[in-house]
Ligand binder design. Structure first.
Ligand SMILES: *[C@@H]1O[C@H](CO)[C@@H](O)[C@H](O)[C@H]1NC(C)=O
Ligand SMILES: *[C@@H]1O[C@H](CO)[C@@H](O)[C@H](O)[C@H]1NC(C)=O
Ligand SMILES: *[C@@H]1O[C@H](CO)[C@@H](O)[C@H](O)[C@H]1NC(C)=O
Length: 411
């Protein structure tokens, strides 16, 4: 009898603790920063590729540039190491060991360097037996590894999902989150949990993670970017509503400045990601990035859309003839509206749409072009809104309601 009671009590306590929200007060706006993976992958040969290998030198060089060239000031404050930072074996005490050649001073030294410059430190691990690239994962070492993250002053953990039984993730990710909480060190918790599941439980995921990778890894091409945009649009009803301060859907890293996107295509990603309230995680060689791409990453007006304090994720609201409209409502009553042209006929494509089509209230707006290619204009609901969009390009506007005197109250 007593045993049975105790069992019920244990089950009850377990349920209570697993149901606790993450509630760590972090990521009140989508995280911004820089991460190694998309550009630098698993380059570990520092003799052959000294400027590209995953190493302390790469992290320091990047942080220096981010500080000196205005990225930190623009909001990109997390600097992160993705996979391939580990030795292949744990030490005799079962602890993770950073690669001895590439991180000769260990991870605490990396954290100190970043913290001194005003950055925060993000680090990758994996919930499984191994990381995706085959380094030791956290499974069965959760407490030891979280202690290492605490000892190293880590501020953000990206927890991937290779080599895990996907059915176990629904308990495993909350369990790891609970241990993170108990560690006492506030760490942003980025979960790859839904990306590995067919029918993710977003209510639970959003409850336990600060951000979560919904779907496939992004690759350095327009076709990969288009596929992710399509998937996010087609499935938006399943998860957009869970985005809010402290919890974000993550369509993956920014490709901006790398090899695969034209300037117009890079502008599409920056615009749509900010409508999606997506994390803005660059992954590019900031030493060699071309100035026009840097300008896209540092566009303050677009960053402000992404970071809007309302934290409401935007939606694709229209899709016709390979043109799309994406709409995000902002905290000041404005709307961010992106027109994306996925056509490949060689001239800018003209569209003419009503306010209903754009899903904005019928009132008078001042319309600002966030890429500053056009002068601001005043528009009212009497006339359809017209614009022209480059092939695989975007027109990105902020529709700001004019003062109430001008407003036509009909919606
Ligand atoms: C992880 O390793 C354990 C112990 O070696 C093994 O039993 C289990 O099947 C592995 N799990 C996966 C998903 O590979
Ligand atoms: C742990 O959770 C509690 C309750 O939700 C919260 O107040 C606290 O800030 C969290 N601590 C950390 C380190 O995440
Ligand atoms: C809308 O977009 C999807 C891709 O998300 C595409 O497959 C579909 O054909 C489009 N529909 C129209 C009417 O253009």
């Amino acid at each position: 009898m007593f045993r049975k009671c105790r069992l019920y009590l244990l089950v009850f306590l377990e349920l209570v603790s697993v149901n606790e929200a993450l509630n760590n007060g972090l990521a009140l706006t989508p995280p911004m920063g820089w991460l190694t993976w998309q550009r630098f992958r698993c380059i570990t040969d520092c003799e052959k590729y000294p400027d590209e290998c995953i190493s302390e030198a790469l992290i320091k060089r990047t942080a220096d540039i981010m500080l000196d060239e205005g990225y930190l000031e623009a909001g990109y404050n997390y600097v992160g190491i993705d996979d391939c930072w580990l030795e292949k074996e744990r030490d005799d005490n079962g602890r993770l060991v950073p690669d001895r050649n590439r991180f000769p001073n260990g991870m605490k030294a990396v954290a100190d360097y970043l913290h001194e410059k005003g950055f925060k430190f993000a680090l990758y691990q994996d919930y499984g037996n191994k990381t995706c690239m085959g380094y030791p994962g956290v499974l069965d070492h959760e407490e030891t590894d979280i202690q290492s993250f605490v000892d190293w002053d880590v501020d953000y953990i990206k927890l991937d999902g290779c080599y895990v039984d996907t059915a176990k993730m629904d308990d495993g990710y909350p369990y790891f989150g609970k241990l993170l909480n108990q560690s006492g060190r506030p760490m942003v918790y980025s979960c790859s949990w839904p990306a590995y599941q067919k029918k993710p439980d977003y209510a639970s995921i959003s409850h336990h993670c600060n951000l979560w990778r919904n779907w496939d890894d992004i690759q350095d091409s327009w076709s990969s970017l288009s596929k992710i945009m399509n998937w996010f649009a087609e499935n938006q009803d399943d998860f957009a509503k869970y985005a809010r301060p402290g919890q974000w859907n993550d369509p993956d890293m920014l490709l901006v400045g790398n090899f695969g996107l034209s300037l117009d295509q890079a502008k599409v990603q920056m615009a749509v990601w900010s409508v999606l309230a997506a994390p803005l995680l660059m992954s590019v060689d900031l030493k060699t990035i071309r100035p026009e791409f840097k300008e896209v990453l540092l566009n303050k007006d677009i960053i402000a859309i992404d970071q809007d304090s309302l934290g409401k994720q935007g939606l694709r609201v229209w899709n016709k003839s390979n043109c799309e409209i994406w709409n995000r409502k902002l905290s000041d009553g404005s709307y961010a509206i992106a027109f994306v042209n996925k056509r490949d006929d060689g001239t800018p494509y003209a569209v003419k749409v009503s306010f209903d089509t754009m899903r904005i209230p019928k009132q008078t707006y001042e319309v600002q072009d966030l890429y500053k290619e056009e002068q601001p204009r005043s528009v009212g609901p009497e006339v359809d809104f017209e614009t022209r969009i480059n092939p695989s390009g975007v027109k990105f506007y902020k529709f700001i309601p004019k003062s109430s005197n001008d407003v036509n109250t009909a919606t």
